[in-house]
Design a protein around this ligand. Structure first.
Ligand code: ZN
Length: 191
């Protein structure tokens, strides 16, 4: 099936540029998380890692939002991203509305039959291992306690694939992009 863009002209160029900027933020935040550990100050390292985790999720979700506007809504690359990072949208929505979710008033928590659960969301923490950084957030929802987990390295890789497809769809994957971009070059997809 032929896949076409939803937008065109300067709007498509700007949406792609903004998404690329968000992807840059995601990559740089992920690098900061992966290299932040200080043996002499573990508490500060944990605090910094957890704080940057929230920024990373927001940046990754904004890459997806830009791509959704540029690519056809049914585009294979969007389906692939969804399949690679299934918790992305839910996690970002819960963080965006963290005040409502903490008090049990979040959209996925509201119920006509049961009272809202107190302290309905917990930032369990995040950890870095050889396989990369992982973020854990638990939310009490209508369907029970949902344990969200986001693996930063694989999420950034999935966003890189989506970004490159978006840049190409916008006609911006030219020689200049290939020579200058250190964020979504095709050879980085193998790393
Ligand atoms: Zn790029």
């Amino acid at each position: 099936m032929e896949q076409t863009s939803l937008v065109s002209g300067p709007l498509m160029t700007q949406l792609t540029s903004w998404a690329h900027l968000w992807f840059s933020a995601a990559v740089r935040t992920d690098r900061a998380i992966e290299s932040n550990w200080d043996d002499d100050d573990p508490m500060n390292s944990i605090g910094e890692r957890d704080a940057l985790s929230l920024v990373l999720i927001d940046a990754l979700r904004n890459v997806e939002r830009g791509a959704q506007r540029v690519l056809d809504g049914d585009h294979d690359a969007l389906r692939q991203f969804d399949s690679d990072v299934p918790s992305m949208k839910s996690l970002r929505d819960r963080l965006e509305h963290y005040d409502a979710y903490l008090s049990g008033e979040g959209h996925a928590q509201q119920s006509t039959t049961a009272p809202a659960a107190p302290l309905g969301m917990r930032f369990i923490g995040s950890g870095s291992r050889t396989g990369g950084h992982t973020i854990f957030i638990h939310v009490d929802e209508k369907r029970g306690r949902v344990k969200y987990q986001l693996d930063a390295q694989s999420a950034v890789l999935a966003a890189r694939r989506l970004m490159l497809t978006t840049v190409a769809a916008a006609g911006m994957d030219d020689a200049q992009h290939r020579s200058r971009c250190h964020l979504c070059r095709p050879d980085l997809l193998d790393q």
